[in-house]
Ligand binder design. Structure first.
Ligand code: UDP
Length: 329
């Protein structure tokens, strides 16, 4: 299929773009490179540089595009609390521009990168898709608003759509991993301590209602996540909007993640407790039974050790790359 991948230079988008290319799809990427990396884009893909709001109509207006995988978004919980305007404008208005361009050009197939943050603080875990959605931060609220928009566009205009609600994506695939200019995610930050790029890791609160007092998250391997996108794309039904959770089904506390990073890296990784981060829920664990049952999704990298090991291999490679680039300069 000829596909548009928005946000294909980002961490999740670029791994999915690589996997789609491996599956024989032709990929066009829209990315403004504000947080993504040009080097992460597969060589076979075309890059259209700019925002989704600016470029969606132009690219889909070329014709021949059969499906869209929509990743482009602002995605930091803490930032969304401080600067909600960026999230409502870029996430919601960008997605509406994309949906309109799909409607106008008769593009029938959409996979949307949604999030566990749409559920907010869950009443119970694991979280199933029928549980109430009550986001605790603007990031989750914008993604939920887009999910609602997709439902109505799918029903009214015959688009076949799937929203994939990711829990905490981590790990690496080949030479693509988490490589952001400003890193805020737990595993890459902890690994930066192991690499000697940071002195210590700050734990955002140890007074949460969890077993060890630190927040619990469900870490899903990026490669397993990419497989789910391909499955969703290939099975979308016209006029239907499906929603699936994607996680490993196991929860790990911040302390447990740090401990696993110590084990994998052999580094002591000093940690210090600091204040809670605004917008964080205490526990997020996915039930992914629905996508396993309905689409046959079969994640194979579900243990935290594999996730951290792959992330560590990537972080070291990134460190080596930065080191040789500095020497060339
Ligand atoms: N976290 C932390 N210190 C950090 C970064 C994250 O304690 O330097 C915690 C954060 O409060 C959350 C968990 O680690 O409970 C995962 O955070 P991350 O930003 O990786 O993903 P999120 O759950 O926000 O999507």
């Amino acid at each position: 299929m000829k596909l548009l991948v928005t946000g294909g230079a980002g961490y999740v988008g670029s791994v999915c773009a690589a996997v789609l290319v491996e599956h024989g799809h032709e990929v066009i990427i829209i990315d403004d490179l504000s947080t993504g990396n040009r080097e992460a884009i597969p060589a076979e893909a075309e890059l259209v540089e700019g925002s989704v709001r600016e470029k969606a109509a132009e690219v889909l207006g070329r014709g021949g595009i059969e499906g869209v995988i929509h990743f482009a978004a602002r995605s930091l919980v803490g930032e969304s609390v401080l600067k909600p305007e960026i999230y409502w404008q870029d996430n919601v208005l960008g997605s509406l521009a994309l949906l309109d361009a799909m409607r106008e050009n008769g593009v029938p197939n959409l996979v949307f990168s949604s999030t566990a943050a749409t559920y907010g603080e869950p009443e119970q875990v694991p979280i199933t898709e029928d549980m109430p959605t009550a986001p605790t931060n603007p990031y989750g609220a914008t993604k939920l608003a887009i999910d609602h928009a997709i439902t109505s566009y799918a029903h009214a205009h015959g688009i076949g759509a799937t929203s994939l609600r990711y829990f905490n994506v981590a790990g690496a695939y080949g030479s693509i991993g988490e490589n952001r200019e400003v890193e805020t995610h737990l595993i890459p930050l902890v690994l930066q301590v192991a690499l000697g790029h940071r002195e210590k890791i700050f734990i955002f609160g140890d007074d949460w209602p969890t077993a060890d007092g630190t927040p619990v998250r469900d870490y899903i391997h990026i490669r397993d996540l990419a497989d789910a996108h391909v499955l969703a794309l290939e099975t979308n039904q016209p006029g239907t909007h499906r929603i699936y959770n994607l996680g490993s089904g196991d929860g790990y506390s911040v302390r447990e993640v740090i401990e696993m990073c110590r084990k994998v890296t052999g580094h002591p990784i000093p940690a210090e407790i600091t204040e809670r981060r605004a917008g964080d829920p205490a526990t997020l664990i996915a039930s992914s039974e629905k996508i396993k049952h309905e689409l046959g999704w079969n994640p194979t990298r579900t243990d935290l050790a594999t996730v951290v090991q792959d992330a560590w291999n990537f972080s070291r490679e990134l460190g080596d790359r930065a080191h040789s680039a500095a020497r060339v300069r």
